[in-house]
Ligand binder design. Structure first.
Ligand SMILES: *[C@@H]1O[C@H](CO)[C@@H](O)[C@H](O)[C@H]1NC(C)=O
Length: 396
């Protein structure tokens, strides 16, 4: 029992070996300097490790498109070419339409070449197909050399037009974005302190303006207008809020970037661009329903908001300062490797560093003295720490 208590109340300390070598000394200081530069320059100044960050940004986006276009000899306004109409963070601007007017419920020949036929037998195989514009009846319309369908007739022929609405280039998109960082209770909007909104976004001279010309957006996203207006496609307008709340809150401003989101499929032969169908329904005087089918090719815009805010906080500061101080000690590891392996006289250094303490210690004269005077000596040897430090405890 006493032995255990005595063992507990011993103090261990490391032994330092001073190496008078210029080379190792210089390497040690350089390594320490590099570690300090890394922590000060990268961890503290660049990565702002002294801050806590709020990444849970809350955001609301409203959009408004403006401009007039001409399509099929009709003047098109926002209500004609923007879908959906609510002005949400996702909207489409229609650039090309294949219209099939006066469709009524009846039977007619399909237009798609996949459904060509000579006899009724050629059509029987398609009966449960999902691909045609209506349900295949199984009959062959010999004059048109196509299978007959039951549904909205005449069937759509989407090879009919390639004309696009060129004026879309000059349309403008107004984006209203309000964000909130709940952790710091900071609310910001992308209009700043403006009270007039007569500007067009420009990445050099007018970075704060929330009004974008379609042609500019496409240019910044490296998209060809003719190609995307013919086939449709998806463009992302990214709004990034990276805020340092240690500075004045007015410096918390959004940064706009533009990307083509469907880039992975832009040259795909199976699926090209972006399109969808919708119909407008009418009634004849005698109550029969008919419709105009629209196949719309559109540029789809997605407003993507991201961001985070940082502010000084004591806990991360203390943790990182301690980590920095501890890491400076890593220089020792490097120097030990060089000292004990690659330097001339490495063996000698090793011998000094890792001193072996064995029974022979008792042969030292001072201890012999005790032994001869018949005093029992209890010796305990312990070695600890891979740095070679050791401790010797004597309990007399
Ligand atoms: C777009 O606007 C410019 C200048 O206002 C004009 O010269 C150009 O013709 C317009 N483009 C289209 C397709 O209308």
């Amino acid at each position: 029992m006493f032995g255990w208590v005595a063992g507990f109340f011993t103090y261990e300390t490391t032994k330092s070996v001073v190496v008078k070598s210029w080379l190792v000394g210089i390497i040690n200081r350089i390594a320490q300097l590099l570690i300090i530069i890394y922590f000060v320059g990268w961890v503290f100044i660049h990565e702002k490790a002294y801050q806590v960050r709020d990444t849970g940004i809350e955001s609301s986006v409203m959009t408004k498109v403006k401009g007039f276009g001409f399509y099929n000899n009709t003047l098109m306004d926002v209500a004609d070419y923007v879908m959906p109409k609510q002005g949400a963070s996702m909207f489409c601007i229609i650039t090309r339409m294949v219209m099939t007017p006066n469709q009524m419920q009846s039977t007619c020949p399909e237009t798609d070449r996949t459904f060509s036929c000579n006899t009724d037998n050629d059509c029987k195989q398609h009966i449960s197909s999902n691909l045609p514009s209506g349900k295949i009846t199984g009959k062959c319309v010999t004059e048109a050399k196509r299978c007959e369908i039951l549904g909205w007739c005449p069937a759509e022929d989407d090879l009919k037009t390639n004309e696009t609405m060129q004026e879309v280039e000059n349309f403008t998109i107004f984006v209203k974005n309000s964000i909130h960082f709940p952790r710091f209770n900071v609310t910001r909007g992308n209009l700043g302190k403006k009270n007039k909104l007569k500007c067009v976004f420009d990445p050099e001279n007018n970075t704060d303006c929330p009004i974008f010309r379609v042609a500019d957006v496409l240019k910044y996203a490296n998209v060809d207008f003719q190609h995307i207006s013919t086939n449709g496609g998806e463009i992302g307008i990214n709004i990034a809020w990276i805020c340092n709340l240690d500075q004045h809150v007015d410096n918390c401003k959004p940064k706009y970037t533009f990307t083509r989101l469907d880039n992975a499929f832009k040259d795909s032969s199976i699926t090209k661009g972006y399109n969808f169908r919708f119909a407008k329904y009418f009634k004849t005087v005698d109550g029969k329903e008919y419709r105009t089918l629209h196949k719309a090719f559109a540029i789809r815009f997605d407003i993507l908001v991201s961001g985070n805010a940082g502010k000084f906080h004591l806990i991360p500061t203390v943790i990182n300062v301690v980590a920095a101080c501890t890491s400076v000690g890593l220089a020792t590891v490097l120097c030990d490797i060089i000292l004990l392996n690659f330097l001339k006289g490495a063996k000698q250094y090793k011998a000094k560093k890792f001193e072996e303490v064995s029974d022979s210690v008792s042969r030292s004269p001072s201890l012999d003295l005790y032994q001869t005077s018949q005093v029992t000596i209890k010796r305990e040897e312990k070695s600890s720490d891979d740095s070679g430090a050791y401790s010797i405890g004597h309990h007399v």
